[in-house]
Design a protein around this ligand. Structure first.
Ligand SMILES: *Cc1c(COP(=O)(O)O)cnc(C)c1O
Length: 426
């Protein structure tokens, strides 16, 4: 039995997940695309959730209601609305903590997105804890957001960047990883799930090996946190990062989980209002973590939206979402096997519902364009992971990524559209 078939068997065929009901929560999913006067459009088949997920009405409504009824600046006001606004915004910190199984809200720092969280760790933790000759160990399947901030730091203070190789099936080379945990490595910064290959990396084992040698461990959870349950304590992560807009929440807000003892010893990242407890021209005293990392007016409206998004996925159940997406993945992998010349990048046994593929003789951009004409939205290009493209010897891929609202019928539409693309170019 293939591993995907095993997953399907384990889940059972009648899991209580009503995707048609779920879809009704997402207004955009009922629109058509490419409508023209006198010609009906195509139903939207949205397979680009790995780039950004669509938003349920619950999130849209929470943000609208907040703006209409409760909005004011947070943390500084004694007036009714400011307190109400603060409560609603800060409630999301509790929700994010519960979502990751963090010990408390003090472990949760809000950022603008995942990218800013990496830059925060690099510039605050990195500058305070690393010196010339130290190394940061990343992997060959990182998103640019977990590469470039370390290169900036390398150019600033002379650290080295080391890379764990990726095996042919898209798994992390764990033997090489163990060998790379040399004394110079102070931080291991690796993605929990790849946005290109779908590979879910063995986070617990990665952390165990790194901690045994005294290293700090950061995970990029931008994909893992949307495809299944995450428990930062079970994994034993020191830092864990995800981004709101991929978790069915709004853009403009990301989450950095940090172990409290580590956050407490980190200097501020940016200076300004809200992150201080007192300021004079001679001396400024910073607030405790996490607030010292949140300079200026925070993403209040987005914070409220993210809280609603966390409520939404929690109510559906991250386990149920994972099981649903695994069914779609198994189905899609099965069906795509029938397409001649189609190559899937990333066939690791543990894989999130993300399928990057190439089709022999057809440029990925042409695949994307023809799929789009059929109403199927996939992403084409390098997926912010150029070194990984080089590793697999491809200039670009097409990527179909599935979310909690996708259906088996949409998988069929994808497969038929890929086949049509082949015969168009054949
Ligand atoms: C999307 C993504 C990021 C960056 O998220 P932003 O919201 O653009 O900051 C980082 N890592 C992975 C794996 C991603 O998929």
């Amino acid at each position: 039995m293939s591993s995907h078939a095993a997953v399907r068997a384990a889940i059972g065929d009648n899991a209580p997940y009503d995707v048609m009901r779920v879809r009704q929560d997402f207004p955009i999913l009922s629109r058509t695309v490419h409508d023209k006067p006198g010609r009906a459009g195509k139903p939207l088949v949205y397979l680009d959730s790995a780039a950004s997920a669509q938003k349920p009405r619950q999130v849209i409504d929470a943000m609208k209601r907040f703006l209409e009824e409760d909005y004011a600046n947070v943390h500084r006001g004694v007036h009714f609305l400011s307190q109400r606004s603060t409560d609603l915004y800060e409630a999301t910190r509790d929700k994010a903590a519960a979502f990751l199984n963090a010990p408390s809200r003090e472990h949760i720092v809000f950022t603008r997105n995942a990218t800013e969280a990496f830059n925060l760790v690099a510039q605050s933790w990195g500058r305070a804890n690393l010196k010339a000759g130290d190394a940061v160990l990343i992997s060959g399947m990182e998103h640019h957001a977990n590469i470039v901030p370390w290169q900036l730091l390398r150019d600033q203070i002379g650290i080295a960047l080391k890379v764990v190789p990726v095996l042919d099936d898209g798994s992390l080379d764990m033997d090489a990883y163990a060998d790379l945990l040399t004394d110079d490595v102070k931080l291991v910064a690796i993605t929990h799930a790849s946005n290109v290959l779908g590979t879910i990396n063995p986070a617990k084992e990665i952390a165990r090996l790194a901690h045994a040698r005294g290293k700090t461990v950061l995970f990029d959870g931008s994909q893992a946190a949307v495809h299944g349950p995450v428990d930062v304590r079970a994994i034993d992560a020191d830092f864990y990062i995800f981004t709101g807009h991929k978790l069915y929440g709004p853009t403009g807000i990301g989450v950095l989980y940090g172990r409290k003892e580590i956050l407490d010893r980190m200097p501020p990242y940016q200076g300004g209002g809200d992150m201080i407890s007192s300021v004079s021209f001679e001396e400024t005293v910073y607030r405790e973590a996490p607030y010292r990392f949140e300079a200026g007016t925070p993403p209040i409206i987005e914070g409220v939206g993210l809280g609603a998004a966390i409520d939404y996925v929690t109510a559906l159940g991250m386990d149920a979402i994972h099981a649903h997406e695994q069914r779609l993945l198994a189905h899609a992998m099965d069906r795509l096997k029938d397409v001649d010349g189609l190559r899937v990048l990333g066939t690791a046994p543990a894989k999130a519902a993300i399928i990057s593929f190439t089709v022999e003789g057809i440029h990925p951009h042409d695949i994307g364009t023809l799929l789009d004409r059929a109403g199927v939205a996939v992403r084409v290009g390098r997926h912010c992971a150029e070194p990984l493209m080089d590793r697999f010897g491809v200039g670009a891929t097409a990527r179909a990524s599935f979310g909690l609202y996708n259906t088996e019928a949409e998988v069929e539409t994808l497969v038929e559209a890929v086949k049509a693309t082949k015969s168009f170019f054949g």
